[in-house]
Design a protein around this ligand. Structure first.
Ligand SMILES: *Cc1c(COP(=O)(O)O)cnc(C)c1O
Length: 373
């Protein structure tokens, strides 16, 4: 069986160090927001090239807290994409703000900056307070263009980096390009815990202090709440200790993903009915997912499954079509690219421990299936 993702393989690879780290925390008697969390925050900020990192309980919480730190809430609008994990939008809704959807670029599947400009023009002046570009599948969104639009309209830029740990635009890593970088360490992400975990990067000490207070009841001093919009979103010591074991391998594991992606593309690019992912000059792709576009996707998935090859769809239903978010308030302008792409995308097996042999098996199976279409 070739799995589509495989968090268990990551555990087995680092088992000794992870078991030791977990044991160390259990022995210490300190389980939430302690020395492991502080050390992870410093190490993660340094690895990403940022001034400050604040660890929280999930990627969704990281996005919500970035919005809360900017006092964005009821009455405000936030521009983002519908072609993303539903979490991006759930975080905006939980802050009290209204999501406004922007279409994606057909080559990169990330936010189309020209459409962002159109969406802003279509909204009440000053209604949109922030923009949340998503670095989907590991490819950075077009940050120079998005930041230029954001600057014109005085929007806060909150990067959703949940799929792009270590990806970069020129030599700056994602999460440092906007005002806040929000990360998830869900077990299948490029940097992964073995439970829920997340973090924010920010560049100003005032934001850092604000986020540390927001994640814990609005405390500035212990037991004294100073912010009624605060939540409880803390990282535990066990997950922080595990993340400290895995952080030093992030770059190498991203390179392994890139090598696997190159092999896939070499084997698939000559097939006329398969569209491979784009490499974009100046943007470093870390291949959280290797996503192709095909016709007759359901048949291909089924046939691959029969041959022991698992695939997935990220994501089958764009957020503006989800039952929770298709209410009138969220109805977007047309999102033709989002609609078209959603019906064709297919995520092939991708994780650092995947072998080149498994990539070849998958690509060979896929090529012979599309030839017989
Ligand atoms: C995983 C993910 C999130 C949410 O992270 P959680 O840790 O599951 O809350 C947000 N945005 C994107 C694009 C994701 O892939």
């Amino acid at each position: 069986m070739i799995e589509q993702v495989n968090p268990g393989a990551a555990y087995r690879q680092h088992k000794q160090a992870i078991d030791a780290a977990v044991g160390r925390v259990l022995d210490s008697g300190w389980y939430i927001l302690g020395p492991e969390v502080s050390a992870f925050e410093s190490e993660f900020a340094a690895a990403m090239g940022s001034e400050f990192a604040v660890a929280v309980a999930s990627g969704t919480d990281a996005l919500e807290l970035a919005l809360r730190a900017c006092c964005i809430g009821p009455g405000d609008r936030v521009a983002t994409v519908a072609h993303t994990a539903v979490a991006t939008v759930a975080a905006i809704v939980r802050s009290g703000a209204l999501p406004v959807f922007v279409d994606i670029d057909p080559q990169t599947y990330t936010m189309d900056p020209a459409h962002l400009q159109q969406v802003i023009d279509s909204q009440p002046t000053g209604g949109i307070k922030a923009v949340v570009p998503v670095h989907l599948y590991g490819l950075p969104a077009d940050m120079p263009a998005i930041c230029e639009v954001a600057q014109c309209f005085d929007l806060v830029v909150i990067e959703d980096c949940a799929q792009a740990h270590g990806a970069a635009v020129a030599d700056r890593k994602v999460g440092t390009l906007g005002d806040f970088g929000c990360f998830s360490f869900y077990p299948t992400k490029n940097l992964a815990a073995f439970g829920d975990a997340g973090a924010l990067l920010c560049h100003r000490e005032s934001q850092y202090d604000q986020l540390r207070s927001l994640r814990q009841y609005g405390w500035v001093r212990r037991s004294i709440s100073e912010n009624p919009r605060a939540v409880n979103s803390r990282l535990d010591e066990i997950q922080a200790a595990i993340l400290r074991v895995k952080l030093p391998y992030l770059e190498m594991e991203n390179q392994q993903r890139q090598s696997l992606a190159e092999r896939y593309t070499r084997l698939l690019q000559n097939s006329e009915s398969i569209r491979c992912p784009q490499w974009v000059a100046g943007r470093q792709h870390v291949f959280h997912q290797y996503v192709i576009r095909v016709h007759e996707r359901e048949r291909l998935m089924h046939e691959l499954q029969r041959q022991g090859i698992a695939t997935a769809i990220h994501y089958p239903l764009p957020v503006h079509r989800q039952p929770a978010y298709c209410a009138a308030d969220y109805t977007p302008l047309d999102l033709p690219v989002t609609e078209r792409v959603c019906g064709q995308i297919l995520s092939l097996p991708m994780y650092p421990q995947l072998t080149l042999a498994a990539v070849e098996t998958t690509a060979t199976a896929l090529c012979s299936l599309v030839e017989n279409q």
